[in-house]
Design a protein around this ligand. Structure first.
Ligand SMILES: [Zn+2]
Length: 428
């Protein structure tokens, strides 16, 4: 009996242990199956079969019209549905006709990407220098409007250093082509663009300009001042307007227009002598006493310009190594010769009157020439003189009240130069 009693007691203990074990296992498993989440725990990843609504993100991009392209094609290519693309293109054409759009036109686009494709929120483009067209989505419809771009007249200064050519240095400094050409034109009366500029020469160009609301210079207006500092020389030329006509004057109030050009060539293609690394084909560049002229190394075909107004006294093939030659007679006892020409322009014939800068022909290497260059001579009263030392009289010198007005303009321009540099230096 005693042993049976013990048995039951032992069985009871064993059962109790089993129950405790069972219950704790269940509890443990339950805890594993459904963990309690405290606010500190990271959010669990929920895999749901129903799609959650995506938060629309507005993105921005720039679309550029290609050759022969249209707004409609541009938009459908971007992923916009045909109807919307047509709608936007039609709205835009109410402001800018399709035929007026050019390749390269940029469109600023704000859009939303969705499963149904690209949804345009706004579409805008600059339609003229001071106007932009903005198309926005309002209540599901695309509405266009023209907005004025505020433009502020400002003074802008370009500056740089010449390495190989004035022309390329100015373009590198961001000077627009038309403005470079204007600067070259006024400087070519007083500067020899090949021998009178040394590598390292510095220049400044001041002009009137228009600035947009973003602070960008968007249009260059009038050239007002150009300076060129080279080899101890400091050329400063100021624009001065009289009776609606703009002329350039040096610091003394003398017109830069001289009876003869220092550079009788299109200076765009001229490289400065010291920047001429490949000059072994024609070692003599500069005034040569032996052959009484100045040689300008320039690519074949570069337009050769009449240095001054005059009359043709000879043109055609000439002996003495000149090759094709044009010989002009000017006022004041001056004559000029242009040799080694590849070609002579139509209308250049003995007796013909030419104007300053009229194209006489193209640079070549006819006659005795080892490379394409212009051989240029200046003769004064039958004697050869160094063209680089020709100090032809200015065509006009300001005096009296007009000179006073010029002095005021000059002073304003100089002040603008100073304050522009100051503005730039302070980063305003
Ligand atoms: Zn020569």
């Amino acid at each position: 009996m005693r042993s049976l009693h013990l048995y039951y007691r032992q069985l009871g203990t064993a059962l109790t242990l089993c129950m405790i074990l069972f219950c704790s296992t269940r509890l443990f498993n339950h805890h594993r199956a459904a963990p309690e989440i405290s606010p500190k725990d990271p959010a669990p990843s929920i895999v749901s079969s129903t799609p959650q609504p995506a938060i629309p993100t507005i993105e921005e991009t720039m679309l550029t019209l290609g050759n022969g392209g249209s707004i409609q094609k541009l938009l459908t290519g971007f992923g916009v549905d045909k109807d919307t693309a047509l709608n936007i293109a039609t709205t835009f054409s109410q402001y800018v006709p399709h035929k007026n759009l050019k390749a390269g036109q940029n469109f600023s686009v704000r859009y939303v990407r969705s499963e149904q494709g690209i949804k345009i929120e706004s579409f805008q483009a600059q339609s003229s220098i001071d106007q932009k067209v903005v198309i926005t989505k309002t209540d599901g419809r695309y509405i266009g409007k023209a907005e004025q771009i505020q433009l502020t007249p400002v003074v802008h200064v370009f500056e740089g250093k010449v390495n190989s050519s004035f022309y390329s240095a100015a373009l590198k400094a961001g000077v627009p082509t038309k403005l470079v050409q204007e600067a070259v034109d006024v400087l070519s009366y007083v500067v020899n663009f090949q021998h009178g500029i040394q590598a390292g020469a510095s220049f400044k160009i001041l002009c009137d300009a228009l600035r947009n609301d973003k602070g960008d210079i968007i249009q260059i207006k009038q050239l007002r001042f150009v300076s060129l500092q080279t080899g101890g020389q400091d050329h400063k030329l100021f624009a001065f307007t009289q009776e609606g006509k703009v002329r350039f004057f040096n610091e003394k109030g003398e017109s830069v227009v001289r009876s003869l050009l220092q550079t009788p060539l299109n200076a765009a293609q001229l490289r400065v002598t010291s920047g001429f690394s490949n000059n072994r084909r024609h070692p003599i560049l500069g005034y040569c006493r032996a052959h009484k002229g100045v040689d300008f190394g320039a690519p074949t075909g570069t337009p050769v310009l009449a240095a001054g107004e005059g009359r043709v006294i000879f043109c055609g093939w000439s002996g003495g190594g000149y090759g094709n030659l044009v010989h002009l007679r000017h006022s004041g006892g001056y004559e000029t010769k242009y040799a080694h020409l590849k070609s002579i322009s139509k209308g250049i014939r003995p007796g013909a009157v030419v104007s300053q800068r009229q194209v006489l022909g193209g640079v070549g290497m006819t006659g005795t020439a080892t490379g394409p260059h212009l051989h240029f001579e200046v003769i004064l009263n039958k004697c050869h003189i160094n063209p680089m030392k020709v100090s032809a009289l200015p065509s006009l010198k300001l005096t009296g009240g007009i000179l006073k007005k010029f002095e005021a303009v000059k002073s304003t321009t100089q002040q603008e130069m100073v304050s522009f540099v100051h503005t730039k230096a302070t980063g305003l």
